[in-house]
Design a protein around this ligand. Structure first.
Ligand code: SF4
Ligand code: SF4
Length: 200
């Protein structure tokens, strides 16, 4: 996603434009947060103009009553778009790109958010590969092999071998990104782990 131009970032996100759930107090806070004037107040509370919305998600974090939510029903499409953009960023650079995953300070939210939280598992190390899907598959497995931290946003799946990402985000299928990456030719799911250094 980071390699996409701004319109590409919007295209990846726009399938998960937020939704407003019931209970709006018409306070107007979300309207002030919207850079595109895509929100307005009606007799039935705040409404969104989806033609104007660019899915920046500012309003989700602005609502004091947490009434604006991600559209989780479209999350699979979002993950697929993100994977396609990853392929687009590297497909003309075959043999020229290396990949590194820093499995350290593994926190629950996307790194585009302006905050962080406690890590959900202990630090693991740094992984390097020329196959981004195999690298992510290995990283995913290594994180899940850890014992989760109870004083974190994990709310289940604390035990070794359980899916830590589902333990934070129940409705996200982390394997989808890996399966789809293999399907569209971004890389392979199989990997061999070769330890070339001491543990951190
Ligand atoms: S997601 Fe962004 S652009 Fe869309 S309504 Fe909310 S604040 Fe406005
Ligand atoms: S911030 Fe929340 S409560 Fe206030 S108008 Fe927007 S949706 Fe309604």
């Amino acid at each position: 996603m980071g390699c996409a131009a701004a319109p590409g970032k919007i295209e990846q996100h726009e399938c998960v434009k937020p939704v407003i759930i019931e209970g709006c107090a018409s306070c107007g806070t979300c309207i002030e947060s919207c850079p595109e004037n895509a929100l307005h107040i009606t007799d039935e509370g705040a409404k969104m103009n989806y033609d104007k919305c660019i899915a920046c998600n500012n309003c989700i974090f602005a609502c004091p009553n947490s009434l604006i939510k991600l559209n989780w029903d479209k999350m699979d499409e979002f993950i697929e778009r993100m994977t396609e953009y990853a392929l687009g960023a590297v497909q003309s650079k075959k043999g020229k790109v290396g990949y590194m995953n820093f499995l350290m300070n593994i926190t629950p939210d996307c790194d585009c958010l302006p905050w962080s939280d406690r890590p959900i598992v202990p630090d693991i190390g740094i992984l390097v590969s020329n196959d981004p899907v195999a690298l992510d598959a290995a990283s995913y497995d290594l994180v899940n092999h850890q014992k989760g931290f109870e004083n974190s946003l994990l709310h289940h799946n604390y035990h070794e071998g359980q899916d830590k990402f589902k333990g934070v985000w129940d409705r996200v299928d982390g394997h989808l990104q890996l399966r789809y990456g293999r399907e569209i030719g971004l890389g392979n799911l199989k990997y061999d782990l070769i330890n070339i250094g001491s543990e951190i």
